[in-house]
Design a protein around this ligand. Structure first.
Ligand code: SAH
Ligand code: DHB
Ligand code: MG
Length: 222
């Protein structure tokens, strides 16, 4: 099965179920114009994040890795007035682009964008007493996914969801000898998910416009 087929199906599905409006279109266009890598979630994945947030009535959302704000807009649109989405982004240029895109989408009051490496920002959030978060989307530097997961779990409540992107990476997840440096971290994440009594979790492999990858979904149960 060819990657073109995965892309064609993604385009078919997105055209009907996750169409772009001007704000989402502008987020991709402006990101492209300044040379940000096109590694944002696909429209169908953005819609999934939106549906997950909607289905649990998420009001407090945490995102690791903003890039140009594309996934932030999908998530932000699921949050009712009075809620908040904190998004962590290490690169000032990305954050600048994202900030404009978030404002253009009318989400400027809802989204709290923090610029700096996430591991530096987390203690600040801790001091502020941020959370508990109803939904956390982990999509920043993949080697730190287990650290972000551990922090998110400690700042969740029973019923919260934690979603981790890019855990499968073309199937390398199953290869303990992979030379992809992100893989030991994704395997460590899976060991944590298996051993952690506070969550029940699964991982779903995906194909689509971004190739073959997958995401983990953890429900906080205690
Ligand atoms: N969630 C976005 C895509 C994020 S891409 C979307 O789907 O639209 C990953 C992002 O994580 C990049 O913007 C990168 O700059 C950021 N990043 C990398 N290392 C980071 C770190 N240590 N802390 C916070 N963000 C980081
Ligand atoms: C990369 C990062 C992502 O978040 C993603 O969804 C795909 C690729 C990357 O860094 O290559
Ligand atoms: Mg990703």
């Amino acid at each position: 099965m060819a990657a073109e087929t995965w892309t064609a199906v993604d385009e078919y599905v997105a055209g009907l179920l996750a169409p772009h409006d001007e704000a989402l279109e502008a987020a991709l266009r402006t990101s492209d114009e300044v040379g940000l890598p096109a590694i944002q979630v696909t429209p169908a994945q953005g819609k999934l994040l939106y549906l997950l947030a909607r289905s649990i009535g998420a009001k407090q959302v945490l995102e690791f890795g903003t890039l140009g704000g594309y996934s932030t807009i999908w998530l932000g649109r699921a949050i009712p007035t009075g809620g908040r989405l904190i998004s962590l982004e290490a690169e000032p240029l990305n954050a600048e682009v994202a900030s404009k895109n978030i404002d253009r989408a009318g989400l400027g009051d809802l989204v709290d964008l923090r610029v700096g490496p996430a591991l530096d920002e987390l203690p600040r959030l801790e001091t502020e007493g941020a959370g508990p978060f109803d939904l956390t989307f982990i999509d920043a530097d993949k080697v730190h996914t287990p650290d972000y997961f551990a922090w998110a779990l400690d700042h969740s409540r029973p019923g919260s969801l934690i979603v981790c992107d890019n855990v499968v990476r073309f199937g390398r997840l199953a290869d303990p000898t992979s030379d992809d440096p992100t893989i030991p971290a994704q395997r460590r994440l899976h060991e944590m998910l298996a051993a952690e009594p506070r969550v029940e979790a699964t991982t779903i492999q995906t194909v689509g416009a971004k190739g073959y990858d997958g995401f983990s979904l953890a429900l906080v149960v205690a």
